[in-house]
Design a protein around this ligand. Structure first.
Ligand SMILES: [Zn+2]
Length: 84
């Protein structure tokens, strides 16, 4: 799968949001990186619970992928993790 040839149609191309809206880390979103949806992404097999998605700011919902780490633990890093 190649990342060459970014889609030109902004209406159907993924948004280039490569950071997790919860922790700010790289979300590893292949479509966002490639600029197209016809690429495989880890998120296709990942589970995003309603509780997890509820933590995403409304403005970010549907705009940026949550990263695998947040998806796995069900939210952003808790207290004890140095704040950015
Ligand atoms: Zn994250």
């Amino acid at each position: 799968m190649s990342c060459e040839g970014r889609a030109q149609d902004a209406g159907t191309a993924p948004l280039p949001n490569r950071h997790c809206p919860l922790c700010g880390g790289p979300n590893g979103c292949a479509p966002a990186t490639c600029g197209r949806f016809d690429v495989d992404c880890w998120c296709r097999d990942a589970r995003f619970t309603p509780a997890l998605l509820a933590q995403v700011a409304p403005a970010q919902r549907g705009q940026a992928c949550v990263c695998a780490a947040c998806a796995a633990r069900g939210g952003p890093p808790g207290p004890g993790t140095p704040a950015a």
